[in-house]
Design a binder for this molecule. Sequence first.
Ligand SMILES: [Zn+2]
Length: 238
Amino acid sequence: MVDEDIQSEFDHAKKIVFLTGAGVSTASGIPDYRSKGGLYTNDRSNRPAEYYLSSDCLRDEPKVFYQYEKKNMYYPDAKPNVIHEKQAEFTKKKGATVVTQNIDNLYREAGTKNLVEFHGNLYNVYCQKCRKKVNYKDYLTSMYHRNCGGILRPDIVLYGEGLNPSAISQSVDAVSKADLIVIVGTSMRVYPFAGLIDYRSANAKVLAINEEALSFSFPFTMIKENAVKFFKDLKVTA
Ligand SMILES: [Zn+2]
């Protein structure tokens, strides 16, 4: 059930920004590698998942990097769920923006407009040697570029790498212009993503949708509900 007052916040908002994370995609069967039961705890070696997602690993042990990504990160059969779909509808009908930490391509599949992929997209793959784009299906077959023999990589922000400056400026711009900021599927603890909230305007309302209560250092409205249920009930009015 979406409370009338909450529905009305969405109805009357002029610029909505959704700040989202892994919790949005767990309903599509993609595990959150930061949470319990995610890759950290399933990994039996001593090295944390961060290492396998780092520029050091890609540079020093490209085969290990490749095997890890292929085995743990790619879910090409995953489909967007109602959270992606409703937010996509808000982008189309109300000019909302989605800024996501997710790299799984599901927002694109859902047809989201005004999408900022803060950490890149696993399904955009390129060759490190000749810089050409390569279909991810080819990458899942071989780590080497068929044309030039270069080592392929996904266009995601690895640990040890800087963010894409245009992703930062687009996110800051969207957050600073928003009158309604909706946090879904993220506890906003990982920087620099978490710092985006500091760019909100003084009159922006902040909502967080999560089954367990979250605590933030800024004023916000906590909606303690399963996000799938919440977005199923939420109406998108133009
Ligand atoms: Zn190449």
